[in-house]
Design a protein around this ligand. Structure first.
Ligand SMILES: Cc1cc2nc3c(=O)[nH]c(=O)nc-3n(C[C@H](O)[C@H](O)[C@H](O)COP(=O)(O)O)c2cc1C
Length: 190
């Protein structure tokens, strides 16, 4: 069967949901994000794409720092909330307990099981977005979310966004060992 061209109104690939924390005008503000990715391994750089008009961008520019907080699936309601109202008009920080790490200007959410603190390295100007690249200077997690001292995805229980249908989904079951299970496949050597 031939593939159908489906248009671009909403990308169907899964996007991890997180909450970005910034300090704006000396107050913490939190914004929901789904456009984020690691972009460098050593040192560890993480990139976040924000619309140019977001209130949050002001805080990143002011302080050169931001945090990325990973919510559990039981935080889906408050995560959505941080993505539908602006810190310009609402004090979203009231919904969380804020803590600070090394940078002092990257507020983080205690209720989120996993938190990353980032120092701004570079801002890439795109037609409608600003892509902020930050170096991860520290990661924090509660002990209950660790296995052998490492943050455990199953315990953290994050969720993803399907932009195409504006729906959230859990991450599902463990499928196999990465960089390993594929060794069972074979292809003709070139
Ligand atoms: C699930 C979800 C994902 C979102 N992802 C992004 C994103 O990746 N980049 C972005 O700029 N806005 C994204 N938004 C929209 C912002 O979170 C929203 O405009 C927010 O109210 C801006 O907050 P601020 O004005 O306090 O900065 C998302 C919203 C939701 C609900």
């Amino acid at each position: 069967m031939e593939k159908l061209e489906v248009g671009l109104n909403g990308c169907a690939f899964p996007m991890p949901c997180a909450i970005v924390g910034v300090e704006v005008n000396d107050r913490p503000n939190y914004l929901t994000i789904a456009w984020l990715t690691m972009v460098n391994s050593k040192p560890p750089y993480l990139g976040i794409a924000l619309g140019k008009t977001r209130y949050t961008n002001q805080g990143i520019r002011e302080n050169g720092s931001f945090s990325v907080n990973i919510p559990s699936s039981n935080m889906v309601e408050v995560t959505d909330y941080c993505g539908v109202v602006s810190g310009d008009k609402f004090d979203k920080a009231q919904k969380f307990t804020t803590f600070y790490g090394k940078l002092k200007t990257a507020p983080m959410i205690k209720e989120c099981p996993y938190n990353l603190e980032c120092r701004l390295i570079e801002t890439v100007e795109l037609p409608s977005n600003q892509f902020f690249i930050g170096e991860i200077v520290a990661g924090y997690a509660d002990e209950q979310y660790l296995t052998n001292g490492v943050p455990d995805l199953k315990k953290i229980d994050p969720f993803v966004l399907s932009m195409a249908h504006a729906r959230y989904f859990g991450i599902g079951e463990y499928l196999g060992k990465a960089w390993d299970i594929g060794k069972k496949c074979t292809a003709k050597k070139k």
